[in-house]
Design a binder for this molecule. Structure first.
Ligand SMILES: Cc1cc2nc3c(=O)[nH]c(=O)nc-3n(C[C@H](O)[C@H](O)[C@H](O)COP(=O)(O)OP(=O)(O)OC[C@H]3O[C@@H](n4cnc5c(N)ncnc54)[C@H](O)[C@@H]3O)c2cc1C
Length: 390
């Protein structure tokens, strides 16, 4: 049996970032990551064609760890966010100089970022078991033991569960997961535009669901377009020219003309709450701990705050006590309220903007309009966007 201080199951965005963060802060710790898929797999579940909007707070944290460089060609600053409601008069703009920051956040392409994270795993001498899954998990008094499906056995003082929203490990631990499917799914694709984007991101609410355009390198936008399942199938499969026409009609011309679209991928959307964030010698992070709608681009930012809390807990705890009851309880206390707050806010936003009621639409328009007129109303939205506490 191979012995480690920390075992991490899931080497996606959350698991790989957690491993690298812990190792950078605790260079002599023994860390192992168990991941089911090779990172270079074309349709890797965590490192696909998606781009993520990283809040300013997330970028600062990653930068301090040496895990982010604004000069990467797969990272683009967001200098302005334009929010509008299709068919209604309200709109609001949030700009970086109103909040005295260089950027409200950055858009990062997860495929190259995933490759970068996995390079860091080998550079930092973190053991990677890949492709591998946990076949059997046993929680002993002082450690967790796992038998992998390739026959190898590992043990750790702490098991970090980071194997995504469907988390097979969470099921092995018998932790309940209360999930509600939204009636919408999300289509993502990279689109080429005619004009320069100047770092402007857009969030637009339509009668079918919200859409977001996040600026990328080479005058491209990463599109996240939420809509009912039926529309999703037809838009995923139609000809490029028809797709561009329908996108232009739904979004309008404020970002210029849409000229090309790359591979289109669709995702089901769920709101998923876990019954408990911790178990004996185990903690849940990332999507294994919370699944939310991508409307406000908060999922990974929230996961990164899980990682930050976990790393802080490891730093202030004697190594012999890693994974103890006091340790897991401390992590739970540190994370519970932030996760609850972001899940509740995001779900409320989806419901408010998915509702066709004329009264609600008027309220939204007035809300967005007053936000553009009174900068103090923008502050809470902008703080949420930048990942700062409200
Ligand atoms: C359309 C869309 C847009 C989004 N936009 C944003 C955004 O702008 N900003 C933001 O912050 N968030 C955004 N998110 C959320 C973000 O993508 C997720 O929060 C993040 O990717 C979750 O990472 P994770 O590592 O927790 O889970 P996952 O990405 O699901 O990774 C789980 C990993 O575990 C592995 N795994 C699974 N089962 C096993 C097993 N049995 N054994 C071993 N390994 C296993 C998988 O292969 C995978 O590598 C978006 C999500 C979607 C769907």
């Amino acid at each position: 049996m191979q012995h480690f201080d920390v075992l991490i199951v899931g080497g996606g965005m959350a698991g790989a970032t957690a491993a690298v963060t812990i190792k950078k802060q605790q260079p002599d710790s023994r860390i192992a990551v168990i991941e089911a898929f090779e990172p270079k797999t074309a349709h890797h579940p965590s490192f696909d064609d998606r781009s993520l909007a990283l809040a300013e707070q997330s970028v600062s944290y990653l930068r301090a760890l040496g895990l982010f460089d604004p000069n990467w060609d797969f990272a683009e600053p967001i200098t302005q966010v334009h929010v509008s409601d299709r068919g209604h008069f309200g709109k609001a703009t949030i700009t970086h100089d109103e909040f005295a920051v260089n950027a409200l956040g950055y858009v990062v392409e997860v495929n190259p970022y995933g490759a970068y994270l996995h390079q860091q795993l080998s550079k930092l001498d973190i053991a990677l078991y890949c492709p591998a899954k946990i076949a059997k998990l046993t929680q002993q008094q002082a450690q967790v033991e796992v038998l992998l499906d390739n026959g190898e056995s590992l043990s750790g003082k702490l098991l970090v569960v980071a194997d995504g929203a469907q988390s097979p490990t969470r099921s092995k631990l018998n932790i309940g997961f209360d999930s509600v499917a939204y009636t919408q799914g999300a289509l993502i694709a990279n689109v080429q535009i005619s004009d320069k984007h100047h770092g402007q991101a857009f969030e637009r609410f339509t009668e079918h669901g919200p859409m977001a355009l996040l600026p990328m390198s080479s005058n491209r936008y990463s599109l996240v377009w939420c809509m009912p399942e039926q529309a999703l199938t037809s838009l995923s499969e139609c000809e490029e020219s028809e797709f561009l026409t329908r996108l232009q009609a739904a979004f309008g011309y404020r970002a210029g003309m849409f000229e090309r679209v790359g591979r289109r991928t669709s995702y089901p959307l769920v709101l998923g709450r876990v019954e408990q964030l911790v178990h004996h010698r185990c903690v849940l992070i990332g999507n294994a701990a919370h699944a939310i709608h991508p409307i406000a681009g908060q999922g990974f930012n929230l996961g990164l705050r899980d990682i930050q809390a976990l790393a802080e807990q490891l730093q202030k705890t004697d190594r012999q006590e890693w994974g103890s009851h006091g340790f897991t309880h401390g992590y739970k206390i540190a994370r519970e309220s932030d996760i609850h707050r972001v899940m509740t806010l995001t779900d409320a936003l989806v419901r408010l903007f998915s509702n066709d009621s004329r009264i609600l639409a008027l309220g939204r328009s007035c809300g967005l309009l007053s936000m553009s007129l009174f900068s103090q109303l923008k502050a809470p939205l902008a703080r949420q966007l930048m990942g700062r506490t409200l």
